[in-house]
Design a protein around this ligand. Structure first.
Ligand code: ZN
Length: 386
């Protein structure tokens, strides 16, 4: 071992010297991108470099994207993720990985910014890193987090890179994070249980989507206003909730929805476009009704997760919580990024709601209310345009 040491040193010096000219070469190589799971990271042009055919990235910025812990002092930056810590000392230009000083620092300053090879950072902190040469993109991911296959991802990136007409509105929410979005929806209010659901949502600073029944809005106008004022979305759930009347004809169906939309507008000032068909759209909402909805600009939301909360007693409210957990996890495994959960304004749901929200927040879901500007198709027949 001892005999080989000078040779190793010479080799390292040789490699280090070889690295130097490639730095200037970096600018002439084509721009490379980084995908974290299914998301392209918003690095600026020229920020991701290539040194000696190796992709290097600004350590701090990349560590933030990986949700690593970052501690900075005057001379040092330490990045910790999944029991691996990488420290870089600006003064000594040394890198320490899990307490061991490296003979050649993995982290190098480029234009005064600490850079690290992407593969090293990714693999040291528990990720897989694959380079997809046909889209000039390194993809960093873990198998425990849901993501597209490489061919699916390549297809998505190629589609995204095609120029789009700038006037066309976005049809899906901006990819601000990797978190799947969960929409908590509450049917059949407004009633006394709505008050408690509103109180809990406020306590957890969460917004929901309420599908109120028109006949009850008449008797609960203050509560309807409260739900609207507190930032929740008020959707349509018919005037009568009566299966035989509502679905008797296309005219009856549209009439009830229009009447309720007018009522909500009168009470709250809010123009509601989202409908939850009582008992679900299938088989009740006919092709003729769908066409009528489309022509009037209404949208139709069923759900991904049926909690069957209405059938569960107050004493057994934990079953509602479990139904949410199982249903949401199943949807996530199926790579659903917009998970709609069906709940009701009921006493047993009031009991379950705090645990539902706490679990969703702890498990890395983003809880949001319906946003008409980014409508996501969510009906049983997967019919587009409603
Ligand atoms: Zn209902």
């Amino acid at each position: 071992m001892r005999m080989k040491f000078p040779l190793l040193c010479m080799l390292i010096i040789a490699i280090t010297v070889l690295l130097l000219p490639t730095k200037t070469e970096a600018t002439s190589t084509p721009q490379r991108s980084i995908g974290l799971h299914d998301r392209m990271l918003p690095f600026q042009a020229g920020e991701v470099r290539t040194v000696n055919t190796q992709m290097v990235v600004p350590l701090e910025k990349m560590a933030r994207y990986l949700n690593a812990d970052i501690i900075k002092t005057a001379n040092q930056m330490t990045v910790t993720k999944n029991n691996t810590s990488i420290s870089y000392n600006y003064k000594t230009n040394e890198t320490v990985v899990n307490g061991e000083i490296e003979t050649v620092s993995t982290v190098q300053l480029i234009d005064g910014i600490p850079y690290i090879p992407l593969r090293f950072l990714g693999e040291a902190t528990g990720f897989k890193v694959d380079y997809l040469s046909n889209i000039l993109t390194a993809r960093i991911y873990t198998d425990t987090y849901p993501h597209l296959s490489h061919p699916e991802f390549i297809k998505k990136v190629k589609t995204d890179r095609q120029p789009k007409p700038s006037s066309k509105p976005t049809t899906s929410p901006p990819a601000s994070s990797d978190k799947p979005i969960v929409y908590l929806t509450f049917d059949d209010g407004p009633n006394h249980s709505t008050t408690e659901n509103l109180r809990i949502l406020k306590e957890y600073k969460v917004k929901g989507t309420f599908f109120f029944v028109g006949s009850q809005i008449n008797y609960n106008q203050a509560l309807t206003n409260q739900a609207h004022d507190e930032g929740h979305y008020i959707g349509l759930h018919s005037m009568t909730h009566d299966r035989s009347k509502l679905y008797a004809s296309s005219k009856a169906f549209m009439g009830e929805m229009q009447k309720e939309a007018d009522l909500i507008k009168k009470v709250t000032g809010h123009t509601s476009v989202l409908i939850r068909a009582p008992y679900g759209s299938s088989p009740y909402v006919t092709p003729a009704m769908r066409e009528a909805l489309k022509s009037k600009g209404y949208k139709l939301w069923d759900w991904d997760v049926d909690t069957v909360d209405w059938s569960i007693s107050e004493a057994n409210y934990q079953r509602i919580v479990n139904n949410v957990k199982n249903g949401v996890e199943k949807a996530r495994r199926a790579n659903d990024k917009h998970i709609v959960v069906l709940l009701h304004d009921r006493a047993q749901t009031n009991k379950a709601l705090p645990a539902i929200i706490e679990w969703l927040q702890k498990s890395g879901y983003s809880i949001e209310r319906y946003n008409p500007e980014y409508h996501v198709t969510q009906n049983f027949g997967n019919h587009k345009g409603i």
